[in-house]
Design a protein around this ligand. Structure first.
Ligand code: URA
Ligand code: SF4
Length: 233
C-alpha cells in the first residue's frame, strides 16, 4: 500500500521532518512533481492551516501557499486578524498532482485520491505533533477529510470549532505516536499540547478565485478565519 510512514525520521523536529520528506516515495506523486513541498512556519505556531496540496507555483518554489490561492489566503488571514508569520502553513498532500494540457503544456491541478491522502497523512500527523497548535484550520474538502475523516462535509460544518481527538492510537498523534503522560514520546518527537485542540473547517481560498460572487465567498472565508482568531485570544 502507499504509505509515507517508512520515510519518517525516528526523532527530531520540523527540520528533520522536512529533510526526510524531501526523499519520500510513499506514493507515486513524487514521480512527476518537482519537489516535496513541506509545511512552513514556526514550531511555536498556535494555529496550523492545512490546504489540499501544493499548486504549480508551490511546486516550482518549494513553499506552500505562494501562488494565487496563497495570496488570497494571506489577505484573508490578515483581514481576520491572524498574523501569517506566526502561523504554520501546510498541506494534506505534499506533492503537486497535475495533468499537462494544451500546446504550452500548462500544468492543471488534479485532486489527490483517497489513497494518496492516506499515504501522506503521517507527515501531517507528525507536523501537528511537533507544532502542537491550539487550532487547526482545514482549508477545503480534502483537508477537512484528512483532519475529521472521509465523511466530513465542509459545506455542513464550516466555521465551527470542533474538538480534535486526543493524541494516541487512531487520534491526532497516530502515525507519530502518542504521549499519554505528557513527557517526550517513544518516537522521540516532543510531546504536543495536552489541552484540547480545536479543528475548524472553511472553504479553500481557490474557491474565492473561481466564484462569480467573489466578494461574498471571500467574506465567508474571512468570517470563518475570525472564529479561529477569536479562539486564540
Ligand atoms: N493550494 C493549496 O491547497 N495549497 C497550497 O500550498 C497552494 C495552493
Ligand atoms: Fe510521500 Fe506525500 Fe509525496 Fe506521496 S505525496 S510521495 S506520500 S510526500
Amino acid at each position: 500500500a502507499y504509505d509515507a510512514a517508512p520515510y519518517l525520521p525516528d526523532r527530531g523536529g520540523l527540520t528533520a521532518l522536512r529533510r526526510a520528506a524531501a526523499d519520500c516515495h510513499g506514493c507515486p506523486l513524487y514521480e512527476n512533481a518537482t519537489r516535496t513541498v513541506f509545511g512552513s512556519g514556526p514550531a511555536s505556531a498556535r494555529v496550523v492551516l492545512v490546504g489540499e496540496q501544493p499548486g504549480d507555483q508551490e511546486d516550482r518554489q518549494g513553499e506552500p501557499f505562494v501562488g494565487p490561492a496563497g495570496h488570497m489566503l494571506r489577505k484573508a488571514l490578515e483581514e481576520a486578524g491572524l498574523d501569517v508569520a506566526e502561523a504554520y502553513l501546510t498541506n494534506a498532500v505534499k506533492h503537486f498532482k497535475f495533468t499537462s494540457a494544451g500546446p504550452g503544456k500548462r500544468r492543471i491541478h488534479k485532486a489527490p485520491s483517497l489513497r494518496e491522502m492516506t499515504a501522506c497523512r503521517p507527515w501531517l500527523t507528525a507536523e501537528l505533533h511537533v507544532v502542537g497548535p491550539e487550532v487547526v484550520v482545514a482549508l477545503g474538502a480534502t483537508a477537512g477529510k484528512a483532519l475529521f475523516g472521509p465523511s466530513f462535509r465542509v459545506t455542513k460544518d464550516r466555521g465551527a470549532l470542533i474538538p480534535l481527538p486526543p493524541p494516541g492510537p487512531g487520534g491526532r498523534g497516530s502515525g507519530a505516536g502518542g504521549s499519554p503522560a505528557g513527557g517526550p514520546t517513544a518516537d522521540g518527537f516532543p510531546a504536543g499540547r495536552e489541552d484540547t485542540v480545536y479543528g475548524l473547517a472553511t472553504i479553500h481560498p481557490s474557491a474565492v478565485l473561481r466564484a462569480d460572487d467573489r466578494a461574498a465567498v471571500y467574506a465567508g472565508l474571512v468570517s470563518d478565519l475570525r472564529v479561529a482568531a477569536d479562539a486564540l485570544r
